[in-house]
Design a protein around this ligand. Structure first.
Ligand code: AMP
Ligand code: MG
Length: 355
């Protein structure tokens, strides 16, 4: 965790003052949301709407946002939430069928929820990310993976003073068995939870109250001698991460490379579990700024398992800039031995300077 890398001071070992009794309800909400998302994904005709930015949003995105917002509101009345979705499009008359399906999905957890309660819960997640303390939620991260029947994540995190202090991430299709291929969806799934200075834990998605498995932090990771193989994970979507740049980085390092492409923040968990040495997110456009909900939960899960998480310049992520990571470009999440050499390669190739 407190690894010193070139130009970066070690993380201050602060502990969150978030009470323990807020972590339990947050994990329970994510576990309930995993069950609902799985059931929606298994429905052959998953209903979806295309948003103004042409990205898809499904019944599961809306239902999960409502379920988590209702749970946080019930356990802490003044919770501020920065959520990805809002119900504006869903309220339109032409989307009545999707709206009904969302309410039905929420009723799997809150049997008496009305349409108004559900829509208002979705819209309550409209905080702008400027408060000292707030939550951020990506109800279905990797919606394209979700629609393909592949990996996706339900990602909830607590930000205090511009830093992530707690994160929990449900990965309904990721197996606790590391031997299972990522493209073979698991019938059970896993949930991760991490708090700053408190380490990272793994739970079974169907038994969130069961025994948590610590995800060990191994600061003295393996060295990368020339000719060694580096295992890199990255987006399936070439529009989200420039695949040719991650290839340039690996060949610049003189390392053989094995790629794993999967959707969503599950990639941070894959580094935390040491199934990959790095998660690279190489910018594809100068004007794209990463969203806080795409990285908050995943980054603390990887960091608490001993990985180093920065942007492509080696700058730590700053979650105190509002809804987007305005001070950062791209992501490099890597084992502590691999991180400095990846940042050096990106710098020598002029990739960071170009964004
Ligand atoms: P992934 O599953 O890793 O490909 O990431 C999915 C996330 O990529 C979505 O939640 C979007 O918020 C985000 N996204 C959309 N467009 C871009 C882009 N041009 N560059 C990086 N991320 C993007
Ligand atoms: Mg997302």
């Amino acid at each position: 965790m407190a690894t010193r890398i070139a130009g970066i001071s070690p993380r201050k070992p602060i502990m969150t003052n978030m009470p323990d009794d807020q972590m339990g309800p947050a994990i329970d909400a994510v576990a309930a949301a995993c069950r609902v998302a799985r059931s929606v994904q298994q429905d052959a005709g998953v209903r979806q709407i295309t948003k103004d930015d042409r990205s898809p949003v499904t019944v599961a995105d809306y239902a999960v946002q409502a379920i988590v917002a209702m749970a946080l509101r019930d356990s802490m009345h003044d919770a501020l939430i920065v959520g990805e979705e809002h119900a504006g499009i869903l309220r339109k008359p032409e989307h009545e069928a999707v709206r009904r399906a969302v309410v039905d999905a929420v009723r799997m957890v809150h049997g008496d929820a009305t349409e108004d309660v559900v829509l208002d819960a979705i819209d309550a997640c409209d905080h702008d990310g400027t408060a000292e303390r707030f939550w951020t939620l990506d109800p279905i991260d990797g919606t394209k993976g979700f629609l393909r029947g592949q990996q996706y994540a339900i990602a909830l995190a607590r930000i205090e003073g511009g830093r992530v202090v707690f994160g929990t991430m449900g990965c309904p299709n990721l197996s606790g068995d590391h031997g299972r291929p990522f493209d073979d969806p698991d019938p059970v799934g896993v949930i991760y939870a991490a708090s700053v200075g408190g380490g990272c834990r793994q739970l079974s998605a169907d038994e969130p109250d069961g025994e948590a498995q610590p995800v060990p932090s191994q600061p003295g990771d393996r060295a990368f001698e020339p000719g060694a193989t580096v295992r890199v994970c990255e987006s399936v979507e070439a529009a989200h991460s420039r695949h040719s740049d991650s290839q340039r980085v690996s060949s610049h390092l003189g390392l053989a490379v094995e790629y794993a492409r999967l959707d969503s923040q599950c990639k941070y968990a894959v580094v935390a579990r040491r199934q990959a040495d790095a998660y690279l997110r190489m910018p594809t456009r100068k004007d794209y700024v990463e969203k806080i909900w795409d990285h908050a939960a995943g980054s603390i899960i990887a960091a608490e398992a001993g990985a180093v998480v920065t942007d492509v310049s080696g700058t730590p992520l700053d979650f105190g800039q509002g809804r987007r990571l305005e001070a950062n470009r791209g992501i490099v999440c890597a084992a502590s031995a691999a991180h400095p050499m990846i940042i050096r390669a990106i710098d020598e190739l002029g990739i960071a300077a170009a964004v």
